[in-house]
Write a protein that binds this ligand. Sequence first.
Ligand code: PAF
Length: 542
Amino acid sequence: MHWLHTVAALREQVAAWRGSTVGLVPTMGSLHKGHLSLIRRCRQECDITVVSIFVNPLQFGPSEDLERYPRTLEADRALCEAAGVDAVFAPTAEEMGAEQSSAADRTWVIPPDSLLQTLCAPHRPGHFRGVATIVLQLFHLVQPQRAYFGQKDAQQLVILQRMVQDLQLPITIVPCPTVRDPDGLAFSSRNQYLSAAERQEALGLYRALRRGYDHWRSGDPSAAGILAAAQAELSRYPHLQLQYLELVHPQTLQPLQKVDDKGLLAIAAYVGQTRLIDNLLLAVTPAEETPPFATTHPRELSGTSAPPRRPLIAIDGPAGAGKSTVARAVAAQLQLLYLDTGAMYRAITWLALQRGIPLDDAEQLTQLAAQTQLSLKSGDSAVEPTRIWANGEEITQAIRSPEVTHWVSQVAAVPGVRQELVKRQRSIGRDGGAVLEGRDIGTYVFPDAELKVFLTASVEERAQRRHNQLRAQGQQVTLEELEVQIQQRDRRDSERSISPLRPAPDAILIDTDHLSQTEVQDKIVSLYRQLLARSGTPCFDQ
Ligand code: PAF
């Protein structure tokens, strides 16, 4: 990972990245799970991930917490390293020409007045011009094609989107859902300031938003009704000092009298000395975050989901065609449950290897599958693998070993093992609203899945992808070896009598050879949306 402090060093790297897709995650450091979700999304969509860490003096008012703002550069560095970031740009204020003292004599980006009438802007004069100025400067220095921002700072997001639009910058702003603790508190660097008692009080922000949201869902679109419901909840938190609670249009940020198709319910409040913000999107077809919790919150694969039933997406295809990555990303984007059936077969394979069960002993393997208690949890982002436990022991990493990869298709071909695991998969997918990925998922496990996709890719392409992956993990295997392995695996998978590899007759084939992962994802999401539009089901898309 490059650790860059100067503009000159950054420029050198930027020149070396020419031709790659560069993604930028601008931060003020003190990184938490919210930032990590932006980084993950960026890594998934870009060749190069750059994180900037800069506590920007230009966006702090004279009486705000610039001095006190947490600075944890070493911990941030370790987190970025572990998250696979390619470069961190952590300049000084001087390097950026952004000391508060320079404020009177520098060029500024001034956001449109219309976006500064509501929410944080009147309470933080000059804040958004400080943000827009520094973000434009970062865009100019890093030259990313994509930049990632959290929905939690909804007004910032809208202002930056307008900046990109008005200044015709060749950059896509990618809004990412708010990440919350299980009790609903949105992650924020400022949460560190809170004592235990204050943290309890801080829950009032999200709970008030939820009450407003629930009131709206119960059929009253009026701002008066929604705000009153949220206020009623707030009255249970006497130590919260409300700064604002507003219902505005999510793009224009103008106050709404009622929510026709969408609204943004936003709040800012002080808990002690700490100012916190949060928001929820109220939308008939929500485009960002919708309670309960965004996809970035891990969901138990319990086999239940709320009505109305939403369609299932079944994704199949040969090994290495990108099924898991795409399925996970689609699930995250559409806020659907993600079921990685391969992980279940891997778990049984791993256990069998551990226990020395001969892998040609169908009876013992079947017994093992029947007796093993498996639990799965979707990862808390689009790029995190499904977490899996066998008999209470977490084996998420263990099941990814080359040995398991080698044997899994043999174990998965044992009829008793399949029968047992298919039974469990069916119970998980029964209620709809899931992306299911795995061999024969559309032909056999869920022949009634509403959308079936079969991803293909040439042997050469799949070998190349696998090669890149293994190289990134520091493993040495030649491309030729991988091609042979993939051909053998295809042959084994297609020729086996139980659940051979083949597309369901009504599956939509997508050849991924010349498509990026994002392009494949977009295709599936758009097929799903078409399906929903035809059936009149609301889409919980982010
Ligand atoms: O959201 C933040 O952390 C900051 O406002 C940003 C976008 C990094 C600009 O300083």
